[in-house]
Every structure is written in structure tokens, then in C-alpha cells.
Write a protein that binds this ligand. Structure first.
Ligand code: PGA
Length: 248
């Protein structure tokens, strides 16, 4: 079945609100493509101004994180309702930087996935192995473990809304992209895992992105693979290059 491509920029901790508006405006004409869902995932403080800046386009805006409670004494956190009310539709969950620097476990990420779905936000759920795991030959086992744990208790209908981002940690921000065959192998294994958890039809509907040093030069080749339905793009999403990832 034909899955609609989804290319998301992950701005990480870059761009002040005014810089974010300038970047969004610079990118708007470059990322125009009616056949692709384009998303800017931006720092929480940039959501409101970026939503305003992209009004009238079909660019979606996403948060980079959310908290599992609806409100209350959780100083510094933001809720799904806040993200939605600010106008964002997506939220990145379980990026490797959050797993590593903020000690986010799969059990915790499972709660985040469920909270996002409960509040009608589309989770972009990240997974991916370290270089050591790849060298040990446990990549697929590890990624399957992440996907299974992060989707515990998520219904098939909800799972169809989730976007999965396969991001080998050794390829993030390193300029070392996985080859398209390496990326396809793991994305296909993720789809097999989804078919085991749910059923083939559900697995066939779920979009799986590749992320890790994706850029204008390698995007077309990666996106040509049957199980790669888009990209989660860090560094290259902060530059006009992002336009060439969307329109190779
Ligand atoms: P990168 O980051 O494109 O800069 O490697 C990707 C990501 O972390 O989502």
C-alpha cells in the first residue's frame, strides 16, 4: 500500500523565537510539496510563533517532548494540552538524546506515547541502536525491544497514527549516515515487529522514518527504499538544504 511520506525537521535546542520565525519563513517556499507531510519540530518556546509563521501552508508543527501528566506541580515540564493549544500536531517521543541525557526509559516513554495519543497528538516515536550494539549484532533485537516496550497497551487503531523514527545513534549528528540498505533492513524489521504485535494491515499503514545525518545528498536514495516512509532530520533541517530533502 502507498504510505504518504513524512519529513520532519528536528530543530533540537536551536533557534530563539525570533530566529525560529525567520527560519520558518525562509523554509516555507522551499519545502512546498503536496505529496509529502512536512513537519517542523521545534523547541517548546518556539511553537506559538512558528505555528503563526506557517499559517496558510500545509506545514505541521511538532513539539520535541511532553510530560505524562495533564497539569500540576511539575516545574519546567509541558503538557500535551499545552502543545495542542499552542497549535502543534506532533510530538517527538524517545529521541536518543532524551533517552541518554535525561534517562528516559521505555516504561516512561510508553506513558508518553499513550498520553500523546489520548490527547490527539501524533507521536514521532524514536528508536535506534548504539554503535556497540550494532557491532555486537543485536541491532534488530534491541530495536524490537524498544518498539514493543514503547507500544505496550496501544491499540492497533492508535498505533496507525504513530510515526516511528529509526535513528541509529551512531549516525546522529556525526555525518555518518546508515547506508540505504542498512536503514531499509532495520525499517523492514520494525514493520515485521509491528505485524507481530498487531497485524499486517496495521503494520502496512504505519509510517517509518529514517533519521541520522539525512541531508540533501542522501535523502533521495534513502527515501527510495520500500520501508522508509520519510525522514527525521536534525542538522539539515536548520538550513535551506531541508528543502532539498523534501524535494530531492
Ligand atoms: P541529524 O539528527 O540529522 O543531525 O543527524 C537527526 C536526529 O537526531 O533526529
Amino acid at each position: 500500500m502507498a504510505r504518504r511520506k513524512i519529513i520532519a525537521g528536528n530543530w533540537k535546542m536551536n533557534k530563539t523565537p525570533s530566529e525560529a520565525v525567520a527560519l520558518a519563513k525562509e523554509l516555507i517556499p522551499l519545502v512546498k510539496n503536496d505529496d509529502v507531510d512536512v513537519v517542523f519540530c521545534v523547541p517548546a518556546i518556539d511553537i506559538v510563533p512558528v505555528v503563526e509563521a506557517v499559517k496558510g501552508t500545509n506545514i505541521g508543527v511538532g513539539a520535541e517532548n511532553l510530560y505524562i501528566e495533564d497539569s500540576g506541580a511539575y516545574t519546567g515540564e509541558i503538557s500535551a494540552d499545552m502543545i495542542k493549544d499552542a497549535g502543534a500536531k506532533y510530538v517527538i517521543i524517545g529521541h536518543s538524546e532524551r533517552r541518554e541525557y535525561f534517562a528516559e526509559t521505555d516504561e516512561f516513554l510508553n506513558k508518553k506515547v499513550k498520553k500523546a495519543l489520548e490527547k490527539d497528538l501524533i507521536p514521532i516515536l524514536c528508536c535506534g541502536e548504539t554503535l556497540e550494539q550494532r557491532e555486537m549484532g543485536v541491532t534488530i533485537d534491541f530495536v524490537r525491544f524498544q518498539i514493543k516496550s514503547d507500544l505496550v497497551g496501544v491499540s492497533a487503531d492508535d498505533a496507525k497514527k504513530v510515526v516511528i523514527a529509526y535513528e541509529p545513534i551512531w549516525a546522529i549528528g556525526t555525518g555518518k549516515t546508515a547506508t540505504s540498505d542498512q536503514a531499509e533492513e532495520v525499517c523492514a524489521a520494525i514493520r515485521t515487529c509491528l505485524a507481530e504485535i498487531y497485524d499486517q494491515q496495521t503494520a502496512d499503514e504505519i509510517r517509518i522514518q529514517y533519521g541520522g545525518s539525512m541531508n540533501a545528498a542522501n535523502a533521495a536514495e534513502l527515501l527510495s527504499k520500500p520501508n522508509i516512509d520519510g525522514g527525521l532530520v536534525g542538522g539539515a533541517s536548520l538550513k535551506p538544504d531541508f528543502g532539498k530533502v523534501v524535494n530531492p
